[in-house]
Design a protein around this ligand. Structure first.
Ligand SMILES: [Zn+2]
Length: 98
């Protein structure tokens, strides 16, 4: 399985056509985009970037939200805010086609 995307000048991986901020805080393991390693705690989420983002934002939710997801205990609040805002935006832009 090949991975589409590019190494940016920063050396970080980001999929082609993705502006998902999740890739600023996690990177694929061995080129496998389904296995994304958290920049903060080093935990590898095996459900792709979406799962990694749940790992990150979980810290700011109480109760049983994402109960199957391991919580990131090192993530910064600023990052959680960015990801939550992004999640809200994408929810409101479902009809966007490209
Ligand atoms: Zn983490």
């Amino acid at each position: 399985m090949s991975v589409e995307g590019s190494q940016r000048s920063t050396g970080r991986y980001r999929p082609t056509n993705s502006n998902d901020p999740g890739w600023d805080y996690g990177q694929p393991v061995d080129g496998n985009r389904d296995h994304v390693k958290c920049d903060f705690c080093g935990h590898v989420s095996k459900g792709g970037i979406k799962r990694l983002k749940q790992n990150l934002v979980k810290a700011s939710y109480k109760g049983t939200m994402y109960k199957d997801v391991r919580k990131c205990d090192k993530v910064l609040q600023d990052v959680v805010d960015v990801l939550r805002l992004y999640g809200r935006k994408t929810k409101n832009n479902r009809r966007e086609t490209k």
